[in-house]
Design a protein around this ligand. Structure first.
Ligand code: ADP
Ligand code: MG
Ligand code: MG
Length: 888
């Protein structure tokens, strides 16, 4: 036995926990080997070797000798030598990074074949067709992945030959055809690279290994990593494995399967199988596969053995497994397994049923699902009542309801999506070159391939709706149109709707309905078994989480919905919308008021309306805290646009009825015009600059609460002052608010429990939080403003400007407006938490920015020790789940 090293591990030396070093594929091949499953022997060249190679641009010295030693051992065990002329040992070279990256990295099969050993293989197997088929595959894979020729160069030559032989099926080619193809392929390699295909088996092996290392840095691998948030510097491992052959006639074949349905999570037998096929044939959609269940009729023994292996793998991994296998002349071989990707729906069903089956406990079940998946289940689906025109049915590869314009290529998908169109990418089948288009599309439709095809696997991973293998559709990419059997033609730009849950394709836009989970949360009865699965995992999250979850809600309707979704109060009730619509004119009166009397009259008009707003919202959240933010935006937001108004005034007849008001308005608009309003007269500044405004709002809040207390209710208002930078601002305002509150309580003769606090949304506030805490019973981090003020960029502009470049060039790992910037903004928060608690140990702390509903950010807020997060009502269930997961 070769000794353990950092560069090469035999399968028998590894295990499933060594993914960092052996990659996912290698670690799991080792695990299956040690479980005693029939795995062709082999060894894994580590990610360490890959990193060293990529850093140095050269192989580490020890690597070559370690490979030699392991290869010698393999030859000894198999009793054959690599590429031997009489009886060649053949191997595959398979990439495998820590995280599975479907189709990203390259695999080369049948290494060891050359002009001599192909004769040996033909003689040993007694199957010339098989030998030449294997050789032409080696030339094809080696040519494209190692030597960098276009895939199409080979497949075009193959297609041309098939056409000449009058067949559409690879199986229609006879041994002589395949021998001819070998010569053609060798010629193509010579023509395009200026050198011959290397006949030396060890050179084939070495070049293939290095090519896998290099493929880590290909563009499409990089795109996938960015999409999935996989670090750039992991590198890939390489597996060298003895070949077994699914292309040795009709008692051989190749297949893929899942231990449960990765689309729904239900138990059953799921997979695709293809007779007389090798490697990627099954997933490439080149020929139509049969279902795994049908394998039972072809080869009962292998089928039973496979099902047994599937059961042991699932019990061993205690999770859904995704498996690749090959049958060589009736003998089953296991070639790969991994914990399988799954849809959101399947994740919840599997976690819940494995909990029932006793395979996992409740904490583990909670760890098996995440907020992003739950968010998907809260997405709407097609309204079952709506009329629709079914034009085709394919496989329900990835659920959801997608409506969009049809495009037939990746570039158009990207282009149209960038200009804001929702697009459906339609392809015969997809391959890794389509990845950008798939990222850009809302839905993906293919006419070929099963649930394990490239399109299906990638779409599920990205949460895109996908229908695949809709065979009734004839895609004409060149003509930019598709035809379905009954003659309907759909051109580029036409709208279709995809139901990824049923596999149906509809012409036109089908109206969309709310999700089952949402209906359940809203109190409707439903018999969908997904609902109890989601409910119990949410319940467990509620039981273990430390963070409370509140909602950002401005209306009684939103407040009621938030409560149904499990919100434990309102963390942000914005009052500015209460000044819009019909009431805008009242704000105008306030702004135009020329003296104190005018201002008081204007405030008096607004007051009863505000009080009524607060009565309703506090009633909807009775018994739970409601944080009401005093008016925040700059006043000019309530006034007409300067240019529009100037034009109107200029065109107006001097004796018109509105003329005087318009002139005064114009003057006010000019006076209030700011170059940089987000850093201007807003928030607490407004409260100080316009006497009586905050007091009016505070009076409305306390009176509303007093009304409710008299009704027997239990209102818990919290008054929040926005955009405070200095403790003096807050102490000034606090004094005014306290006066109002005590006046009202005296007048009404009731005690109204309430709190006064502030938002922390300016860096200055964060670093002086100890002083600010003296006037604040609570802090709520306004992370949107805090992010824009800390970075110094305007959140209303940047997303369209340089953000795409920053994200593309990885200057940002993620938008800091979506996921909290832990290093910068997070550090300010940490400081504010510490200073705030030092000054006032019982200070209550929360977050009310967009980040309050973002999974990654929630984990950070939990770690910071905040008391609650607040987010939009729709994200409340997501936040509950993630707050629970954060404790695991
Ligand atoms: P991917 O990561 O794209 O799935 P794999 O390394 O799994 O690539 O290789 C693709 C396919 O090639 C496998 O599913 C299997 O069918 C075939 N294959 C790889 N190695 C062998 C082998 N040693 N013997 C037979 N088939 C193999
Ligand atoms: Mg594979
Ligand atoms: Mg703000």
């Amino acid at each position: 036995e070769p000794t353990v090293s950092t560069y090469v591990y035999a399968f028998s030396q590894g295990n499933k926990d060594l993914k960092d070093l052996l990659g996912g594929k290698g670690a799991n091949l080792a695990e299956m080997t040690n479980l005693g499953l029939p795995v062709p022997p082999g060894f894994t060249i580590t990610t360490e070797a890959c990193r060293a190679y990529l850093a140095e641009g050269d192989e580490p010295v020890e690597m070559a000798s370690e490979i030699d030693a392991h290869l010698a051992e393999l030859e000894r065990v198999m009793g054959r030598r690599l590429g031997d002329a009489e009886d060649p040992l053949l191997v595959s070279v398979r990439s495998g990074a820590k995280f599975s990256m479907p189709g990203m990295m390259e695999t080369v099969l049948n290494i060891g074949l050359n002009d001599t050993s192909v004769l040996g293989l033909a003689k040993q197997s007694g199957d010339e067709r098989f030998a030449y088929d294997s050789y032409r595959r080696l030339l094809q894979m080696f040519g494209s992945t190692v030597l960098g020729l276009e895939h199409d160069i080979f497949s075009d030559a193959l297609d041309a030959l098939k056409e000449r032989r009058g067949t559409t099926d690879d199986l229609g080619l006879v041994p002589n055809d395949l021998r001819e193809l070998v010569t053609t392929f060798q010629g193509l390699i010579r023509e395009h690279t200026g050198r011959d295909f290397p006949q030396d088996p060890t050179e084939q092996l070495r070049l293939s290994v290095l090519a896998v290392f290099q493929s880590w840095n290909t563009d499409r691998a990089s795109v996938y990593r960015r999409q999935e948030g996989i670090p750039e510097d992991l590198g890939t491992a390489v597996n060298v494995q003895v070949m077994v052959f699914g292309n040795q006639g009709m008692t051989s074949g190749s297949g893929v399967c899942f231990t449960r349905d990765p689309g729904t999570g239900r138990q059953g037998v799921y997979g695709d199988y293809l007779q007389n096929a090798q490697g990627e044939d099954v997933v490439a959609g080149i020929r139509n596969t049969i279902s795994l269940a049908d394998l039972a009729d072809l080869d009962r023994t292998s089928y039973d053995e496979l099902l047994g292996n599937m059961r042991s793998l699932e019990r061993h991994y205690r999770d859904l497994c995704d498996i690749e296998f090959t049958i060589e002349r009736g003998k089953l071989w296991m070639l790969q397994t991994r914990v399988g990707k799954r849809t959101a729906e399947a994740a919840f069903r599997i976690a819940s049923s494995m909990l029932d089956e006793g395979l996992i406990d409740a904490d583990e079940a909670l760890g098996r699902v995440n907020g992003a998946q739950l968010a998907q289940l809260l997405f709407p689906s097609f309204d079952p009542e709506a009329e629709r025109q079914l034009i085709a049915t394919g496989m329900n590869a990835s659920p959801g309801a997608a409506v969009g314009r049809v495009v037939f290529d990746s570039a158009t998908a990207v282009e149209w999506a960038e200009r804001g169109e929702s697009v459906i990418l339609v392809r015969k089948e997809t391959n890794p070159d389509d990845l950008r288009g798939m990222v850009a599309a809302t839905g993906i439709l293919t006419s070929r391939g099963g649930k394990t095809s490239h399109a299906a696997v990638v779409a599920r991973g990205m949460g895109r709706t996908c229908v695949c293998g809709a065979e009734a559709i004839l895609v004409d990419t060149a003509a930019r149109s598709m035809t379905v059997r009954d003659g309907v033609t759909v051109a580029e730009g036409d709208v279709i709707s995809l139901d990824g849950t049923t596999g149906q394709v509809f012409l036109g836009a089908v109206p969309v309905a709310a999700s089952q989970v949402v209906r359940h949360l809203e109190g409707e009865e439903t018999d969908n078994d997904l609902v109890p699965a989601v409910a119990r995992l949410l319940e467990h999250a509620d039981a273990v989480r430390r963070l409370a979850v509140r909602a950002n809600a401005d209306t009684p309707d939103d407040a009621a919905r938030a409560r149904q979704f499990g919100a434990q109060g309102i963390g942000l009730c914005r009052t500015e919308h209460m000044f819009l619509g019909d009431r805008r004119i009242l704000v105008e009166h306030l702004i135009l008021a020329e003296d104190e009397a005018g201002r008081e009259a204007a405030l008096a008009e607004l007051f009863p309306l505000q009080r009524q707003d607060f009565v309703e919202i506090l009633r909807a959240m009775d018994g739970l805290p409601v944080t009401i933010r005093l008016i925040d935006p700059p006043l000019h937001e309530f006034l007409p646009d300067l240019t529009d108004l100037s034009v109107e005034v200029a065109l107006e007849d001097e004796r018109g009825p509105e003329v005087e008001r318009h002139h005064r308005l114009l003057e006010a608009v000019r006076r209030l015009h700011e170059q940089n309003p987000m850093m201007g007269l807003r928030g607490v500044r407004l409260g100080i600059a316009i006497p009586g405004l905050f007091q009016m709002q505070a009076r409305a809040i306390i009176e509303a609460a007093a009304d409710l207390i008299e009704e027997g209710g239990n209102p818990c208002p919290e008054i929040m002052v926005p955009l405070v930078a200095s403790d003096r601002e807050l102490s000034w305002v606090r004094e005014a608010l306290v006066d109002v509150a005590s006046d009202v309580q005296k007048e009404r003769g009731v005690a109204v429990p309430h709190k006064i606090g502030t938002m922390i949304e300016l860096p200055r506030a964060a670093v002086t939080a100890d002083r600010i805490a003296e006037s604040a019973e609570f802090f709520s981090f306004g992370t949107n403003d805090l992010t824009q003020m800390t970075w110094g960029f305007s959140r209303d502009d940047v997303e369209a400007e340089f953000f795409p470049t920053y994200l593309e060039d990885r200057i940002f790992p993620a938008s800091p407006f979506e996921t909290i910037d832990v290093e910068g903004v997070g550090a300010l928060m940490r400081t504010a938490v510490r200073l705030g608690r030092e000054a006032r140990p019982d200070i209550h702390l929360g977050v009310c920015g967009e980040h309050g509903g973002d999974p990654a950010s929630i984990h950070f807020f939990d770690e910071l020790g905040l008391d609650y997060v607040s987010c939009s009502p729709f994200r409340v269930p997501v936040a509950r789940l993630e707050a629970g997961r954060s404790t695991l």
